[in-house]
Design a protein around this ligand. Structure first.
Ligand code: SAT
Ligand code: MN
Length: 621
């Protein structure tokens, strides 16, 4: 084994020429790494320092291996296109496991496995998995280093594509190793593409394995992932750590780890508000996080587009950080019209995965421009013309770009103390029934709203696109413990907030309601600023609301500002129509869903359901 190692043998190895001393290696990390070397049997080990030089070298290695190709530097400076294997294009929820001693602690929404049995199974799967490859040791921080909320991890991986992705998505390398050396606790995360190479065997462009595992041991805070190099399956800092493991840390330590974007909204008055919003994957979180408001004088700035960690600060207020450092955004549907800020962010230094390539060496995807180019190379590497009858980019194709490159990034986006949250928003993709916006009666009603969110399935995970599923708090695939306990934790968190400070308002939104002809009723994107305007009017007490059985709605005369919108009365009515009979049917569905949590469902949610039914029946008369 060659150790690509500058420090272990200081007697024979000349001192590195670089002035910066390598970060000291924490003994517990070294020990863990050496055990993994025995198990995984890599050809070499490389500790990742997070430098620009190292990133450059890894990118060159990936180009040479055919995993990525460099785009035309005149059109897209220092940017790359990766094409994954066709079997490795999305998160695999069916292969995602939560391993707790007791099945009830994983709960009915997770795939549970008994930890000892899973460890034995994985031991076989991982043995020798890195033969012929380099094992990278990747220290990373979630959250600004120095923040009371920052948490640490170390991922080993045999995929240089995953290393450069972690480099964009987190604070990676020596900067993260320093606090670990100083004693900060860290989550171990083991990742292999599961494609060992025999001596002299030629590698493929996107090594992976048909058998995949994304395994979590929440009780010992460990992650093991095998067989995939794609997104949340492989960048373990993201969903596996920052949501599944962190939600368990948050339960135990009294905070919240959520699938939420974070934005700062400044109305013409100049007083800024911070909002957190939960939506399922591929429901427009990145678009909302980078919104260009259609209303004159309004400003929306970005803090995060996917994950938020929330806690009660020493001032008693609800605070939040974005634990990530980059965006792994859905490309299709991102265009100059829908998200000009994202387009500006992607000018260079970006890795694109599974988008199409233009003949002059740039990228394209459905929705980037209104008209497709006459000829492309599609995401599979095949010839494509507009009459091909199939999309040129994969529906879950992605861009990976640093948050710092986003022109709308807020000045306080990496404030170690976080930002004070004024309101929480829950949303989903609902063609019918759910109004454009509704305000919860109070925190507990807001928790009921979050718990009962349903959404149509998107391409971000495997499954049938369009199928309606309950996706409580947009956390269905991401809560690392029993979702019933998670609801209880939210209720408890509200009780603590009530004791210490003002409790944020809770809203539910639905940008996706459709009319009888099947087209969207609401224009969305920058026009969603009108909904933010209404929420802020509610926060500062300047706008009235009309009570409905499901919560407070905008009034007809002093509600959502639709000036200048091409929206007829009928569409407006339909956007806010609450059909009590349809909601009673939903209530039955919610009752069934709640029943699956058995005695773990907090009584307060049953009570909220009965209150809702009472209000709906009263409305029917
Ligand atoms: O693939 S990821 O989990 O990183 C993205 C998503 O599903 O939101
Ligand atoms: Mn997400």
């Amino acid at each position: 084994m060659t150790l690509l190692d500058r420090t272990t043998d200081s007697t024979t190895t000349p001192a590195p020429l670089s002035a910066a001393a390598p970060a000291p290696r924490p003994a517990d990390v070294e020990h863990w790494v050496s055990d993994l070397v025995d198990l995984l049997q890599p050809d070499a080990v490389q500790w990742v320092d997070g430098s620009t030089r190292e990133r450059h070298d890894l990118l060159q290695l990936l180009v040479a291996a055919g995993t990525i190709e460099q785009l035309n530097p005149d059109l897209r400076p220092y940017s790359f296109l990766a094409r994954s294997a066709e079997s490795d294009v999305a998160r695999l929820e069916s292969r995602t496991f939560i391993c707790t001693e007791h099945e009830a602690d994983a709960g009915p929404t997770n795939n549970w496995r008994e930890p000892t049995a899973m460890r034995a199974e994985l031991d076989t799967v991982f043995r020798g998995a890195m033969k012929g490859r380099t094992m990278y040791v990747v220290p990373f921080a979630m959250g600004p280093i120095g923040s009371p909320m920052a948490r640490y991890g170390v991922q080993v991986t045999d995929s240089p594509y995953v290393v450069v992705s972690i480099g964009t998505m987190t604070r990676m390398g020596d900067a993260a190793l320093a606090p670990i050396s100083a004693g900060a606790s860290w989550v171990p995360a083991v990742h292999s593409v599961g494609a060992p190479l025999a001596h002299g065997e030629h590698d493929v462009a996107w090594p992976c394995n048909d058998t995949k595992y994304i395994v979590h041991y929440p009780e010992t805070r460990e992650i093991w992932s095998f067989g995939s190099a794609y997104g949340g399956n492989a960048i373990l800092a993201k969903k596996a750590y920052a949501l599944r493991i962190a939600s368990v840390m948050a339960r135990d330590e009294g905070w919240l780890a959520e699938h939420m974007l974070l934005i700062k909204v400044t109305p013409p008055s100049g007083r800024a508000y911070h909002l957190a919003a939960a939506f399922p994957s591929a429901c427009g979180k990145t678009n909302m996080a980078m919104m260009t408001p259609s209303l004159p004088g309004w400003k929306v700035e970005t803090i995060g587009d996917d994950i938020a960690w929330l806690w009660i600060g020493s001032d008693g207020r609800l605070r939040a950080i974005n634990p990530e450092a980059g965006f792994f955004g859905v490309a299709p549907g991102t265009g100059v019209r829908t998200n000009p800020t994202a387009i500006d962010s992607l000018w260079g230094n970006t890795i694109f995965t599974n988008v199409a390539r233009t003949d002059d060496g740039d990228v394209w995807w459905e929705g980037l421009t209104d008209q497709a180019p006459a000829h492309l190379t599609d995401w599979r590497g095949e010839e494509w013309t507009p009459d091909a009858g199939r999309p040129a980019a994969h529906p879950n194709s992605r861009f990976t770009v640093s948050a710092r490159q986003c022109p709308s990034i807020a000045g306080d986006w990496d404030d170690p103390e976080g930002v004070v949250i004024d309101a929480i928003i829950f949303g989903g993709r609902r063609a019918s029934n759910v109004p454009l916006v509704v305000e919860a009666r109070d925190w507990d009603h807001g928790v009921f709203m979050g718990a009962t969110i349903a959404s149509e399935q998107t391409a971000a995970a495997e499954g049938t696109v369009g199928e309606l599923r309950r996706d409580p708090f947009a956390m269905l695939p991401f809560a690392g413990y029993n979702m019933g306990d998670y609801f209880a934790h939210w209720l408890d968190f509200g009780r603590r907030l009530r004791r210490s400070a003002r409790v944020p308002r809770v809203f539910q939104v639905n940008w996706f309601r459709k009319g009888a002809d099947g087209s969207f009723l609401w224009p969305g994107f920058g026009e969603n600023a009108r909904v933010l305007e209404w929420m802020i009017g509610r926060l500062d007490g300047s706008l009235p609301a009309s009570e409905s059985p499901i919560g407070a709605l905008p009034t007809r005369s002093n509600g959502i500002n639709v000036d200048g919108l091409d929206l007829d009365e009928e569409a407006l009515d339909e956007l806010f129509r609450v059909d009590p009979a349809a909601f009673l049917a939903e209530a039955d569905d919610v009752e069934q869903f709640f029943a699956s949590f058995d005695d773990r469902l907090p009584g307060e949610l049953d009570r909220q359901l009965e209150l809702l039914r009472t209000r709906l029946r009263a409305a029917i008369g």
